[in-house]
Design a protein around this ligand. Structure first.
Ligand code: PEP
Ligand code: MN
Length: 360
């Protein structure tokens, strides 16, 4: 990975290179484990060492973290490796202990970002801090909760803020533990263009074999950094075993990742891109036109159903369409996930059109 010195606000102030790489175990387990991993990560592209001290577990009975003793281990990491340190905080007591132990980067976890009360408590206890505070997206795909958390921290005069995109839970079938929903991350970034955004491919994927591709995707989308869970013995980790990589694997990932130029001025490139973009614009116009035509047919079906007093939703027909479209989509190089999403949206709009006709 070729590295660039850029970038905005605190990344620059801390003289951190781009992209920022945060790595370390999901959970601090023992002093030996924490230091062993850290020693393998020093003098690499990793700048910040992460370790969860308090672990928010969705279900009780799992390992809930070693607690504040782990902060002392992180202090040793900082002293012995010169890595900055990071941990998750989920209430004002965590904040106080983390500040007392001079942790450099505090992050708010996905299960905390969903709760404005918790975010406010953390914001109040950090008021005016010059520590770096990173906010993970909420577990559910609710942009406002993510934006709201940033706004609460900004109102508490916290200026070194960052976003962490860790994907969103969903009930549907997916190869990811948490669906990336990249467009939500992009929208959030657009709302706060000066706040760096970091991708956490570990929690998006839930499995280590997908981490490289997700990391490359994040860099291709101009993310400012990566947070990758790294463990000396991933399979035997006390939490999130399936998604952690070894320090060696992480070093290889960082080596293989390609940094892209944000843009270039070269004439041939600009001409060809203009040409392709024109084709995209035409294709988009065609899509809208054909969707409009489809909805006008739905209007006619609505009128017909009204005349014959038939219900709008015909499940059997709908399932047939969906199955056929997934198969046809494959022939056009479209993923099942995309075809299902697209046709569910089209079907909903179609129902709305028919319903309008029926109640007329
Ligand atoms: C973590 O980073 O280990 C963690 C618990 O993450 P999240 O809040 O994204 O689930
Ligand atoms: Mn984890």
């Amino acid at each position: 990975m070729e590295r660039k010195t850029k970038t905005n606000d605190w990344l620059k102030k801390f003289n951190l290179s781009h992209p920022l790489v945060i790595a370390g175990p999901c959970s601090a387990e023992t002093e030996e484990q924490v230091l062993k991993i850290a020693n393998q990560l020093k003098k690499t592209d990793v700048t910040v060492y992460r370790a969860g001290i308090w672990k928010p577990r969705t279900r009780p009975g799992n390992f809930e973290g070693v607690g504040s003793i782990g902060l002392k281990w992180l202090q040793r990491v900082k002293k012995e490796t010169e890595l900055l340190t990071a941990t998750e905080v989920a209430n004002k007591d965590h904040v106080k202990l983390a500040l007392d132990h001079d942790i450099d980067v505090l992050w708010i976890g996905a299960r905390s970002t969903v709760s404005p009360f918790i975010v406010q408590e953390i914001a109040d206890s950090l008021n005016g801090t010059d520590k770096i505070v990173l906010v993970k997206n909420p577990v559910n795909p609710d942009l406002s909760l993510w934006l709201g958390a940033i706004e609460r921290l900004q109102s508490a005069n916290i200026t070194r803020l960052g976003l962490i995109h860790r994907g969103f839970s969903s009930q549907g079938k997916s190869k990811y533990r948490n669906n990336p929903e990249w467009q939500i991350a992009i929208e959030t970034k657009n709302k706060f263009p000066d706040i760096p955004i970091i991708c956490d491919p570990s929690h998006i994927s839930g499995r280590r074999d997908l981490i490289f591709d997700l990391s490359q995707m994040a860099l291709d989308l101009n993310f400012d950094g990566l947070m990758i869970e790294t463990h000396i013995d991933p399979d035997n980790a006390w939490s999130d075993a399936a998604q952690q990589v070894t320090p060696n694997r992480l070093i290889q990932i960082m080596k293989d990742l390609k940094m892209r130029n944000t843009t270039i001025e070269q004439k041939d490139y600009v001409n060809e891109l203009d040409n392709l973009r024109t084709q995209i614009d035409i294709a988009d116009q065609n899509l809208l036109q054909i969707l409009g035509e489809r909805m006008r047919i739905s209007d006619s079906i609505g009128k017909l159903k009204k005349k014959n007093n038939v219900a709008v939703l015909q499940n059997k027909r709908w399932n047939e369409i969906l199955g056929k479209m997934v198969l046809d989509g494959e022939n056009h190089g479209l993923s099942e996930e995309f075809v299902l999403k697209l046709f569910k949206a089209i079907h909903q709009e179609s129902i709305n059109h028919q319903e309008k006709e029926i109640v007329k």
